[in-house]
Design a protein around this ligand. Structure first.
Ligand SMILES: [Zn+2]
Length: 271
């Protein structure tokens, strides 16, 4: 599944290629994504100029003067820039034809992705309005995390993966950030001290930033927006390393289930 770093890398690639271009055509080959692609998009978008490409959580926001195209990669989607005339393959559901002789193509085998239109302030869209702060921005900080978790008996791992608390911290990054903070994933969120919240916020940020810098994580079929096949697998401290020795202390990495997701931790390094 594309995680926040892959989405951010895609955003940067799209912004560099698309900003200032006009839409010359829209092809909808299969509208049945997670929600239907609006059939009036060709009328809405043709001859409109792409002003910017932003991101909120894992939604890509392509801004025009008359509204915003909201895109999500779902479980298996990718966006690529290709020459106009490139023959669509299976699962190539959606194209934007661009004024520079190229097109942007959505490929999504599992069709959990989305392409939606919103006129007006996009941050009021129902999918976006209730999201918590961005993990890499200043309103996600130790004081905030401390306050929002007081009285919460849920585990700290489940809290940092909850979109209403902070967006975009997927399972890989939650596991890794908790290891780097020395915090066990099953600790009750409401009992994490302010200094440990400070450590955790810092490690969430650096874990995500390192993944963005390295160009993404493990998605097999991730293709960046320039069309290159994506990226090497990062080396993880704990994620996917159950029963292997801890890279820091040699103890055996534990694997447990929390809220349908696998958690990995070291009994010696994480308390
Ligand atoms: Zn260890």
């Amino acid at each position: 599944m594309p995680e926040l770093p892959e989405v951010e890398i895609t955003r940067r690639g799209l912004a560099a290629h698309l900003t200032g271009l006009k839409i010359k055509g829209v092809a909808i080959r299969n509208a049945n994504l997670r929600w239907p692609i609006p059939i009036n998009l060709p009328n809405v978008l043709t001859d409109c100029t792409i002003r910017s490409v932003k991101r909120r959580a894992k939604y890509l926001l392509m801004n025009f003067d008359n509204g915003t195209l909201i895109m999500h990669l779902g479980m298996s989607g990718n966006l690529r820039i290709l020459p106009v005339g490139d023959k669509p393959q299976k699962h190539d559901h959606f194209d934007l034809v661009l004024s520079d002789g190229k097109l942007m193509r959505l490929h999504d085998p599992r069709r959990f992705g989305a392409v939606l239109w919103h006129s007006g302030d996009v941050l009021t869209h129902p999918l976006l309005a209730l999201l918590g702060p961005e993990p890499l921005e200043d309103d996600f900080n130790a004081r905030y995390l401390y306050q929002v978790t007081r009285g919460r008996s849920a585990s700290i791992k489940q809290c940092i993966m909850e979109n209403g608390i902070v967006v975009g911290v997927g399972n890989i990054y939650a596991n890794e950030a908790l290891f780097r903070s020395g915090i066990r994933p099953q600790r009750s969120a409401g009992k994490i001290s302010l200094p440990r919240c400070t450590k955790l916020v810092g490690e969430i940020r650096s874990t995500l930033n390192e993944a963005i810098d390295q160009g993404g994580s493990t998605l097999r079929d991730f293709v960046n927006s320039a069309g290159q096949p994506g990226y090497f697998q990062q080396s993880y401290w704990v994620y996917g390393r159950g029963s292997k020795p801890c890279r820091r202390c040699g103890s055996i990495i534990q694997r447990i289930r929390q809220g349908q997701r696998s958690s990995f931790f070291c009994r010696s390094c994480q308390k």
